[in-house]
Design a protein around this ligand. Structure first.
Ligand code: BES
Ligand code: ZN
Length: 632
């Protein structure tokens, strides 16, 4: 495994808080206001030569499933005679310098996780180069969808997913979150389609299929994103709006009507939104995540369209990343909790402002349940240290270490600190943190130095940060959340268990979270008749709410309710969101009979899944046939 250096700018400010005391760092700061950290997941050596700006000029071939064109970089050079980029599966046709002369380049050995280093020789003073390239057939960032896999069924669709280290499969790039660049792009697509990016976006389609984009704020590579399809746009406010396939735009805009209010609530908490517009694109259901915080344009799964606006906390989460993650970024994937833990905290603050305390108490309990289940699972696996907040993912696929721990244990730590110092102080601290580290990538250490100095030491706060951050497990002082709504749910469940018929339970006014809790708490009874009774009373199988349906289907598997397997198969072959796939396949894999069902469904569903989900599910099912999906 190659351990290389990544770059962090702004050591001058870090020096104020004591982070830059080593002599070499001080002189680096004096020379170029620069601090370096290790990123085990990038070949780049930004201390020598770092990209500062990208001009991307590419064509998207929706038939051949190929992107080709030129990536032109401006470089900041400090030493050495070369620059190194990350690539994975790319064909590099040529590299030229700013003056048009060809540059010598070599591709290093292939690593199954990191891909290949592209090293370009640079004469003294050369600070610009252009890489002409095309993508390979198994570019993991890209999912090419056939018309049948879209809502409209008429046009193909493409979307990219960069986080964590997939951008290198569609752009030759220094693919470390510690390196930030601005970018411009010119993208050509078939003229009946529209292209959008994590940048300034069109609201109408162009006549010739050519689109131009600008991202003027420096962002890490994993936030560069592109989607191409039969898209339409509808505003939800002055700064917010929704992109989706034409037939989905109106429904999506209705569902996300609160976006503008969320943006205002977020700004009231932690300062101005720094990215101009905030839009969301609703992708086809194979999108492997709930959401992805691509700047200016969150990418989202359609499974949050429930028809009652009950699953929009996910939008609050992705919006919150505009501060925690996109403004202040984890410097390496070992520091992933800095992105996600802070974002879950911020998400809860937004939803509390909009929907109140009862709502938040419920999501707190659900999150805490997820955390306990994840810790138990990690404890019984190969990497028990993954329950620490700071991770050691060197030599591993970073994706494999990104679990609920970063989200929910990270959140639990921030909540604990908040409870000790009080909200006003904690809010002032967070506001200062986002401003202080704005447009920078930081490590857990840098955060620790900062919070100790700014908040913990002055307030004499008694929290064992090292225990929380560096050690596995959930410390005993974690706050255990409770919810009065859920207490009512528990009471009804107890009645049902004692014999009250399901149809006679008092469930009036229950929403998505109450039902999720009800289903999660359902005792394992293995009775087909009882499952039928519940379904007849509450119509879970027909639920248009993906969270409720997924929780129900999981119980159907655990209780051998095979009547529901048709629905299960339909769900698993249309939805590619990994969070739903994992517990369902896992429940099936628990019995020999279930394993056969899992393998049969997976065989059929796998071509519909994104590489990110395929990677996880192949491992879970010990899948041998690793052929790329048939659509390639
Ligand atoms: N940044 C993540 C998605 C991600 C994580 C992509 C790790 C690649 C690697 C995003 O912000 C996220 O957390 N999405 C969640 C939803 C959220 C409400 C917890 C998801 O997709 O489920
Ligand atoms: Zn997130």
């Amino acid at each position: 495994m190659n351990r290389m250096l990544s770059i962090l700018s702004g050591c001058a400010t870090a020096a104020l808080i004591g982070a830059c005391n080593a002599p070499s760092e001080q002189s680096a700061a004096a020379a170029g206001n620069t601090q370096y950290i290790m990123d085990p997941h990038s070949y780049a050596r930004p201390a020598e030569a770092a990209a500062t700006h990208l001009d991307l000029d590419i064509h998207v071939d929706m038939e051949k499933h190929r992107i080709s064109g030129t990536a032109t970089y401006n470089l900041k050079r400090q030493s050495g005679d070369s620059v190194i980029f990350d690539t994975d599966g790319l064909s590099i046709e040529k590299v030229t310098l700013g003056d048009g002369t060809p540059a010598a380049f070599t591709l290093g050995a292939k690593d199954s996780i990191l891909g290949q280093a592209l090293r370009v020789a640079l004469p003294p003073g050369a600070d610009k180069l252009a890489i002409t390239y095309s993508t390979g057939t198994e570019a993991k960032a890209l999912q090419w969808l056939a018309p049948e896999q879209t809502a409209g069924k008429k046009f193909p669709f493409l979307f990219t997913q960069g986080e964590a280290i997939l951008t290198r499969t569609w752009i030759p790039i220094q693919d470390s979150p510690g390196i930030r660049i601005t970018y411009n792009a010119r993208i050509t697509v078939p003229k009946e389609l529209m292209a959008v990016m994590s940048a300034t976006n069109p609201q109408e389609r162009s006549a010739d299929g050519a689109y131009s984009f600008k991202m003027d704020e420096p962002i890490p590579s994993y936030l560069i994103a592109l989607a191409v399809g039969d898209l339409g746009f509808k505003p939800t406010g002055t700064r917010t709006g929704v992109y989706a396939e034409q037939g989905v735009v109106d429904t999506a805009a209705w569902e996300f009507a609160d976006m503008e209010k969320m943006l205002e609530a977020a700004e009231a908490l932690y300062g101005p939104y720094r990215w101009g517009r905030y839009d969301v694109i609703v992708l086809p259901p194979s999108f492997p995540f709930g959401g992805m915080e691509n700047p200016r344009l969150t990418f989202a799964t359609p499974t949050i369209i429930a028809g009652d606006r009950s699953l929009t906390a996910l939008i609050a989460h992705e919006l919150a990343h505009s501060w925690s993650g996109n403004l202040v970024t984890n410097a390496t994937w070992n520091d992933f909790w800095l992105n996600e833990g802070f974002t879950v905290y911020f998400e809860h603050r937004i939803t509390e402002a909009l929907y109140g305390k009862d709502y938040n108490d419920m999501t707190n309990v659900l999150g805490h349940q997820d955390l306990l289940a994840t810790i138990a699972e990690i404890d019984s696996g190969k990497h028990p240290d993954d329950t620490a907040l700071h991770l050691d993912l060197a030599g591993r696929n970073p994706d494999d270490g990104m679990t609920d721990v970063a989200y929910e244990k990270g959140y639990a730590l921030l909540r604990l600190i908040e409870s000790k110092v009080g909200r006003p102080k904690f809010d002032a601290f967070l506001r200062g943190y986002f401003d202080h580290f704005a447009f920078r990538s930081i490590t857990t250490d840098t955060f620790l130095v900062y919070i100790r100095k700014q908040l913990l030491e002055p307030g004499k706060v008694n929290v064992d940060m090292d225990q929380w951050i560096l050690k596995p497990g959930l410390p005993g002082d974690a706050i255990v959340p409770t919810s009065r709504n859920f207490a009512l749910v528990d009471a009804q469940l107890a009645r049902w268990e004692k014999g009250t018929p399901a149809k006679d339970l008092s469930t009036a006014g229950w929403g998505t979270f109450e039902w999720m809790h009800f289903l999660r708490r359902l005792p394992k009874h293995g009775s087909d008749a009882k499952m039928s009774e519940l379904d007849a009373a509450f119509h879970f199988s027909d639920s248009g709410n993906s969270e409720v349906l997924a929780a129900w289907l999981e119980q159907c598997i655990k209780n051998d309710h095979e009547v529901a397997y048709g629905k299960l198969e339909e769900f698993l072959t249309t939805v590619g969101r990994r969070k739903f796939l994992m517990p369902l396949y896992q429940a099936l894999m628990a019995t020999p009979k279930g394993q056969a069902v899992a393998r049969r469904i997976y065989q059929k569903a796998r071509p519909n899944y994104h590489a990110v989900s395929v990677n996880t599910m192949d491992q879970m099912l010990a899948w041998k046939d690793k052929k790329p999906p048939a659509t390639f």
